[in-house]
Design a binder for this molecule. Structure first.
Ligand code: MG
Length: 218
């Protein structure tokens, strides 16, 4: 079982479900040629896809186009169902950074056929995840910067105030569909700049003041 760690605390949360929001930044929607959704796009990754800081990404043999998507990750600390937006942030235990790895070629093919994307998003190592900074040390999750560099070159640099659906709205909406439980993680979407990674690459994802995550590609 994988667990999430809160920095500066001995508390560990066994990771439950990982809910991911797609198409939450207009500039990323445009770079993929998608339409702005009328409601949040939600998909999931299994907890078995998580690797931690210092981990190694294994790109599956059935893909030749694995993309990085750096995202603000939200760790749920208390259970809730139908959570009002104004109470949503009180359910957050901490904030971290994640990379939503996506086999773009596989995903595109499956989307064309109207089939589920799971094998493009949920394979082993598809969810590099940092430790989490306790929520009381992150006064405003919409005032953060998300950066990702590959081999020292910046590929993504976006501000969380550009989210279409802010964190409190995401939590509230997700909780109308899924009971949120301690240890659940929500990935809140990626800003522009996604690109392919290759064997030997070194990747650093960072939310300054919140979390840093370094991983490599096998
Ligand atoms: Mg994503």
């Amino acid at each position: 079982m994988k667990s999430a760690q809160l920095t500066g605390s001995s508390v560990e949360y066994p990771i439950g479900k990982i809910l991911c929001i797609g198409r939450n930044y207009v500039d990323h929607i445009r770079e993929l040629g998608n339409e702005i959704p009328s409601a949040p796009v939600i998909f999931t990754k299994p907890s078995s896809s998580v690797i931690g800081d210092g981990g190694r990404i294994e790109i599956p043999s059935y893909s030749t186009d694995c993309h990085h998507e750096a995202e603000l990750a939200v760790l749920i600390g208390t259970q809730g169902k139908d959570i009002p937006q104004e109470e949503a942030l009180a359910h957050v235990a901490g904030y971290g950074v994640a990379i939503d790895l996506t086999l773009r070629d596989v995903q595109s093919e499956l989307k064309k056929k109207g089939l589920p994307w799971d094998i493009a998003k949920g394979f082993d190592t598809a969810c590099p995840l940092s430790a989490f900074t306790p929520a009381d040390r992150v006064p405003d999750p919409q005032a953060l910067q998300i950066r990702l560099a590959v081999n020292g070159e910046t590929r993504q640099d976006g501000a969380t105030n550009l989210m279409i659906n802010p964190v409190d709205a995401i939590i509230s909406h997700c909780s109308t569909i899924f009971t949120l439980e301690p240890g659940d993680v929500i990935l809140t979407g990626t800003p522009a700049g996604v690109s392919a990674i290759r064997s030997g690459d070194r990747i650093v994802a960072e939310i300054p003041g919140v979390a840093t995550l370094q991983v490599s590609v096998a």
